[in-house]
Design a protein around this ligand. Structure first.
Ligand code: HEM
Length: 363
């Protein structure tokens, strides 16, 4: 039994988690492919330079290529969906959604990737984006940016895990620079922060308290390492934490330095649903930044509303995600369309014609 299965079994024992076997779940999703669409996207005007029909003539197959590829990836490992969703958030929060998170650094010039909040991003997420880039460029030529691919992959990660489907404005261009490690570090709120800290960080970028709570609902899928959790269980339990959950976390993270991982949403860790908010109401939120959304009077009722109304959560999540996806985008003649997502074009000594550049790596 692999570590993930053991954790899942433990979570089932402790919380009777409703984890639908992944293959049945994906089958249901395939059947309902076109049935769940939140068209609310069209109600938000795109940022200047972006459009809902951007690739209509230049790459009409774009969205189907991405969705089909991710269906295959997730059929063998649904956990990768969480990695892609987090990757998009971490791209957009540092100098905007410009694909700068994807750039490799060097020993003398570390990149965003090398900064602490990003070192726990899944390596496979980067490989998946580059694989999609190859597939797309092989069909359409080098006309689609890595930042648009990252944005669409996050959308499909949400949908293919059971969340809402929505349309996205496209036309982002890739940035030419990576932020420094210190700028990257300063861009993210600390996981030990409380709701005031989160409201301040997200407010600065134009997000409302409802946006913050909805986006935090991204923690309905995926895993965390023990380190961000340790401060809540060692040396003494956080008093806001449910006792049963505390015992579970102590077993999963036997020491503060443990390299184990634990689910972000104990009830349905692989399904994009509103159970994360049910967790918070039961004092079973994982991070301090999660649980405090229920403790703080300013956000408590939003948590409760999402916990009892998944449709409302999905609507607000979609609206906040579209906002997130348009933060400081580069458009028009700004930036470039990278021929390899991990480096800017000027660093490519050899770009093969039409990007027929090799096979896909695993993932
Ligand atoms: C509100 C501020 C946020 C904080 C403090 C925060 C912090 C964290 C931390 C500490 C982890 C665990 C990382 C690890 O140890 O591997 C994590 C995981 C994750 N976060 Fe957030 N996050 C925030 C907002 C968001 C947002 C807005 C999204 C997306 C909409 C998001 C999506 C995710 C996902 C999907 C994971 C699981 C990743 C995986 O399984 O690989 N987070 N977050």
């Amino acid at each position: 039994m692999c570590t993930n299965n053991i954790q899942e079994a433990m979570a089932m024992v402790f919380f009777k988690a409703s984890t639908i076997p992944t293959f049945i779940f994906l089958l249901l999703l395939l059947l309902s492919y076109d049935m769940i669409i939140i068209s609310l996207a069209q109600t938000q005007a795109p940022a200047p330079g972006l459009s809902y029909t951007f690739y209509q003539n230049t790459c009409p197959q774009l969205e189907s290529i991405i969705r089909k590829h991710l269906q295959t990836v997730f059929a063998s490992d649904i956990g990768q969906a969480a990695g892609l969703l987090r990757l998009h958030f971490h791209d957009c929060f540092v100098q905007g959604c410009d694909g700068s998170i994807l750039l490799d650094g060097s020993a003398s010039k570390p990149s965003e990737k090398d900064a602490v909040p990003n070192t726990s991003l899944r390596a496979q997420a980067f490989a998946i984006i580059e694989n999609i880039r190859r597939l797309v460029h092989n069909v359409c030529g080098p006309v689609v940016s890595c930042s648009d691919i990252t944005t669409l992959a996050a959308r499909d990660a949400v949908f293919l895990s059971g969340g809402p489907n929505y349309n996205l404005p496209l036309g982002r261009r890739d940035g030419l620079t990576s932020a420094t490690v210190s700028t990257t570090l300063a861009s993210f709120p600390p996981f030990a922060g409380n709701t005031s800290t989160m409201l301040a960080y997200f407010g600065q970028k134009g997000f409302t308290p409802t946006d913050l709570v909805a986006l935090s609902g991204g923690h309905t899928i995926g895993i965390s390492h023990c380190i961000p959790v340790a401060i809540r269980i060692y040396p003494t339990p956080d008093p806001t934490m449910d006792e049963k959950y505390y015992n579970y976390l102590r077993m999963t993270c036997p020491t503060g330095e443990s390299t184990n991982t634990t689910f972000m949403d104990i009830r349905s860790p692989n399904v994009f649903d509103n159970k994360y908010f049910v967790d918070l109401m039961n004092h079973q939120g994982l991070l301090n930044s999660d649980q405090d959304l229920y403790t703080d009077a300013r956000t408590r009722s939003i948590v409760t509303n999402f916990a009892v109304n998944q449709t409302l959560f999905f609507e607000k999540f979609v609206s906040a995600m579209i906002k997130l996806s348009q933060l400081s985008v580069l458009t028009g003649t700004q930036g470039e369309i990278r021929a390899n997502c991990s480096r800017v074009n000027s660093n490519d000594l050899l770009i093969l014609p039409n990007n027929q550049d090799g096979k896909l790596a695993s993932y």
